[in-house]
Design a protein around this ligand. Structure first.
Ligand code: MN
Length: 743
């Protein structure tokens, strides 16, 4: 400690003697430990980092009034003591606020500490930038940026978590509104990340501290109750251990038993979400048996302990979880069982070794400590790879991205198997389609269905733990919009979206050709400027959207004739000659409720001519609107018609409100799209339902079969929507159906 005793030379910067004393008292215990653990070169580097930060922050103060440097020192302590990380991370902790808050530049850091530390500091600086800017709508974008920095170097997030933890521990010095902002940000982002990286202790402390500020009353009530019942819990644990202790000893195991209670936030969560009173909560704590076992005996020792525990207490067969054979994605390993303990209470027992225990509490950091042994870094590496992949595939909707991703952070995993027995880890709720995308993007694109445990299922089938999954593909298959409902993982979703976008581009290129032909026929040059002029005139955001709709035959291009020509360019007619526009935002129903007139279809009182639109084939009971066409009277469309929004937004003044006349009874032609596995006479069953069960008339049936899967359309006459829904329901429930929907 000699350097530290010579305070004046050791602590650079313009500090008072009193400040220097304080800084030294905070720093020296850490310095001592670093000296013991690190090599002399690394220790020198860490010391230098401290001194650089000390000088840089000389004029800064914390809200508490202390010199600012005490904060980086405390962060370094968390990094060293609580996370058990190495010299690079400790140095980064000292320096983490320098680039952002002081004169020091990234260049300075790079010169003095090298590329690696500079990169981490850069990552940390980027994170504060985005978080400081954050308003609610920005959070989503920030989240992605943060993930990007994490995937650059995982130590960025570890230092950030330590920084956040110290800020949360000292939050009382902040203004109330700042407290709430920081706490909710922590709950939104940092606690999930700590969870994902397996920092159980950090995660629970962050959550508890957040609750303390966000729901102060609840927090103090629960912590009071926990301390009131502490004694009783300790007694119960004693009672539980007594009979098994001897047996464990006799079997030659060296162990420790404790009972750690749930943290306050998770108790609070359970009270809120499951509506359980604190007093009725029986899983307030779990009993942990922590074994001191060598690496090669870990698994067998854990099972030995399991066998002893269950000799004394009857296990609940449904509650055995073996995270040793299949660790969680964040590296967690343990054996969980729930047994009937004394006084007839179910008690969760967690059996693990010391190595597993430190991984459970410290996550990734502990992995590094135990690197020499068997390690689950693989799972984490995989996860980081997964993060990079998702980031490479940006979705336009940042909010959706975050929601997907956040739910993945917290999702429990399930283990599924390939036909070759390879383990595929997916998040809970994942479907056969997610599995397909996990195997390979191309397999995902062409996924028709799957065999789960040798039974045929549709792509939407939700997988369970232990399922063996074989994906069935077809060259003809390709992603469609519906798939987004079935895909739960961000990987599958982003791939599907990318493919849909690609397809849109392809369709659009056909639209472009059509437009080019039309333009040429009118001796207009197809050029980017002219495309834009037309797109703007027709209210399209992008030329691509215009091309796409042209290909879909949703656009009337007749108006182009009214454009003025000037050399190669064309110009849209002036505003007043343009047809009247109705501003349309929101949904079809709202629009109809506001502006439209009412027409009753089939009523004797009005003699207006109407037809049912071919694009959506409405039937009685559907929500519909009428659209006045130029040549063929009023066309009736469903509100859900793919063309509805478009028609209303551009020709809102031609829309009339219509309703069904209840008396009228005629059969309406309507279409079904069906897809299924054709090895069971399924088509026959479908036609049976239509004609025998439902007694409906079929107009046409059109089925193509390939690779064991059939696909086709059936046109039938139905009376109304109710009948249609009943029919859909019946067909969908047939074994082997992949899809059945109304056209
Ligand atoms: Mn900080």
């Amino acid at each position: 400690m000699s350097e530290v005793q010579d305070i004046d030379s050791f602590i650079p910067g313009n500090y008072t003697q009193e400040d220097k004393q304080l800084i030294a008292s905070v720093y020296s215990p850490l310095a001592e430990k670093c000296k013991q653990r690190f090599t002399p070169e690394k220790y020198e580097m860490v010391t230098r980092a401290f001194q650089v930060a000390c000088k840089a922050h000389e004029t800064d103060r914390r809200k508490s009034g202390e010199p600012y440097i005490t904060h980086p020192v405390e962060v370094a302590k968390i990094i060293f003591d609580e996370m058990g990380l190495g010299a690079t991370s400790v140095a980064c902790a000292f320096l983490h606020d320098t680039v952002e808050d002081t004169e020091i530049t990234l260049e300075n850091i790079k010169e003095q500490f090298g590329e690696k530390i500079a990169l981490i500091i850069q990552g940390l600086t980027k994170i504060s930038e985005v978080v400081d800017l954050s308003s609610h709508s920005l959070q989503a974008v920030n989240f992605r940026k943060i993930l990007l920095t994490i995937s650059e170097d995982i130590r960025v997030i570890m230092v950030k978590l330590a920084d956040r933890l110290h800020n949360m521990r000292t939050l009382e010095n902040m203004r109330k509104d700042k407290q709430l902002k920081i706490a909710s940000e922590t709950l939104f982002l940092y606690a999930p990340l700590a969870h994902r990286f397996g920092f159980y202790l950090v995660k629970s402390e962050l959550e508890d501290l957040c609750l303390k500020y966000v729901e102060a009353e609840d927090y103090s009530e629960i912590s009071q109750k926990l301390s009131d019942t502490k004694e009783r819990r300790a007694q119960y644990i004693q009672e539980f251990i007594k009979p098994i202790e001897k047996a464990l000893e006799n079997s030659g195991l060296s162990f420790e038993v404790n009972g750690r209670s749930k943290h306050i936030y998770s108790i609070w969560n359970k009270i809120k979400n499951k509506n359980v009173a604190f007093e009725e909560m029986f899983d307030l704590f779990a009993i942990r048996i922590i074994l001191d076992s060598p690496l090669d005996r870990e698994k067998s020792d854990c099972w030995k302990a399991y066998s002893i525990v269950t000799d004394f207490y009857k296990p609940n067969p449904d509650r055995l979880k073996d995270f040793i054979s299949s660790p969680k994605a964040n590296g967690y390993e343990s054996l969980h069982t729930t047994v009937m303990g004394p006084k007839g209470r179910w008690v969760e027992v967690q059996i693990r070794t010391e190595r597993m225990h430190s991984i459970a509490e410290q996550g990734l950091a502990a992995h590094w400590k135990y690197k020499e042994g068997k390690s689950n870094e693989g799972a984490l590496d995989q996860w980081i790879k997964h993060v990079r992949e998702i980031l490479k595939n940006p979705e336009s909707d940042a909010i959706e991205f975050v929601n997907n991703f956040k739910s993945e952070l917290f999702d429990e995993e399930i283990y599924t198997f390939s036909p070759q027995g390879e383990v595929i880890m997916l998040s809970q709720g994942a479907t056969a389609l997610d599995f397909a995308f996990h195997i390979h993007t191309q397999i995902g694109y062409h996924c028709m269905g799957a065999k789960v445990n040798h039974k045929l299922v549709p792509i939407s089938h939700t997988l369970s733990n232990g399922d063996q999954v074989e994906i069935i593909t077809s060259k003809k298959q390709k992603p469609n919009e519906d798939w987004l409902q079935f895909a739960k993982t961000s990987k599958a979703r982003s791939k599907i979206k990318a493919s849909l976008k690609e397809e849109k581009k392809e369709v659009a290129s056909q639209g472009k050709e059509i437009l080019n032909r039309k333009l040429k026929a009118q001796k207009i040059k197809p050029s980017t400027e002219n495309y834009h002029e037309i797109a703007t005139y027709l209210n399209y955001q992008t030329v691509l959207d215009l091309f796409y709709d042209i290909a879909q035959k949703k656009v009337e291009l007749a108006d182009i004739k009214t454009f003025r020509k000037e050399g190669d360019r064309i110009f849209a007619p002036k505003e007043e000659t343009k047809t009247k526009e109705v501003k349309f935002e929101g949904n079809v129903r709202e629009f109809l409720n506001k502006d439209a007139d009412l027409m009753i279809m089939g009523a004797a009182s009005n003699e207006i001519d109407y037809e049912f639109a071919k694009c959506c084939n409405p039937i009685p009971g559907d929500d519909v609107f009428g659209f006045i066409t130029i040549n063929s009277g009023i066309k009736i469309h469903r509100n859900s018609c793919p063309n509805a929004v478009d028609l209303i937004s551009r020709y809102g003044y031609r829309v009339v409100k219509v309703t069904w006349n209840k008396q009228k009874e005629i059969a309406f032609l309507s279409g079904l799209r069906i897809k299924g596995f054709d090895d069971k006479g399924l088509v026959h069953k479908i036609t049976n339902i239509i004609s025998s069960d439902m007694r409906l008339n079929m107009q046409s049936i059109n089925i193509v079969s390939e690779d064991g899967v059939f696909e086709g359309t059936i046109h039938i006459f139905v009376n109304d929507k109710k009948e249609m829904n009943a029919l859909l329901q019946k067909i969908k429930s047939l074994d082997g159906m992949i899809e059945c929907s109304r056209i």
